[in-house]
Write a protein that binds this ligand. Structure first.
Ligand code: 5RP
Length: 241
């Protein structure tokens, strides 16, 4: 009985949720806010919606995917058009992997193109993860690469020639090609850990003709909030942030 009660208490904490809820405390009245995509970011959207029920926050938010847009609308979170916002105060987003240098692999949800555009115009990008996403070296999670659909196979071949990496196309649940919100395909490049030269790899992948964007995020994470299953929340920031 005691051990059953203990395990119920242990599993009552959702590490993604506690990290996301902590991140939402950084949102202040008057801010322009980026809303990330994925299950962790969804907790942040729910927490922000809850705050808006009791606090008169004037916000303009930008959604990084159609799914996030839908969640935000359901929470009455005010949304701005992409071209109406040139900079964002804060973005809260998830990640698939984060290393000790705050480098990230993102794009497990296929929203990496919009997520990177948003990250690039954000003053304070807050990444929220559970502890399983924190790794000593990136690369065990495949690196998502957004490619133009009409030439995906030749782009895949160029990636293989240049990096010796297999990058199968991501498939949708029905077995067809996964198509991003922006009409692109995603190749999941299986580099393995450690990812070779992460600091130069982003630019090298971007230089391959047919590649639109990669899920390697360098220098974007200003704060990493990590939720642990025991209820602890760690906050880390790169030096100088
Ligand atoms: C979507 C992403 C997500 O942030 C990433 O895949 C993490 O997802 P989750 O919070 O569901 O684990 O990059 O493109």
């Amino acid at each position: 009985m005691t051990s059953l009660a203990f395990s119920l208490i242990t599993y009552a904490v959702n590490p993604k949720q506690i990290a996301a809820e902590r991140a939402v405390t950084y949102i202040r009245d008057g801010m322009d806010v980026g809303l990330g995509t994925g299950s962790t970011a969804a907790y942040a959207i729910a927490a922000l919606g809850k705050r808006l029920q009791t606090e008169p926050l004037r916000l303009r938010c930008v959604a990084t995917s159609l799914a996030t847009e839908e969640l935000a609308r359901a929470q009455n979170i005010p949304l701005a058009a992409w071209d109406d916002v040139r900079r964002l105060d804060v973005t809260i987003d998830g990640a698939d992997e984060a290393d000790p240098q705050f480098r990230l692999i993102k794009g497990g949800g296929g929203a990496l193109l919009r997520e990177k555009i948003v990250a690039a115009i954000t003053e304070a990008e807050i990444i929220v993860v559970d502890n399983s996403k924190v790794v000593p070296a990136l690369g065990a999670h495949p690196l998502p690469v957004v490619v133009v659909p009409f030439a995906w196979q030749s782009t895949q071949a160029r990636l293989r020639e240049r990096f010796g990496v297999e990058a199968p196309p991501r498939l949708a649940p029905d077995g067809g090609m996964f198509v991003s919100d922006d009409g692109c395909y995603v190749l999941d490049a299986a580099f393995g850990a450690p990812l070779p030269s992460p600091d130069t790899l982003e630019a090298e992948i971007k230089s391959v003709i047919g590649v639109v964007e990669s899920g390697l995020f360098l220098g974007h994470c200003q704060r990493l909030i990590i939720g642990h299953p025991d209820g602890r929340i760690e906050e880390k920031a790169p030096p100088g942030q």
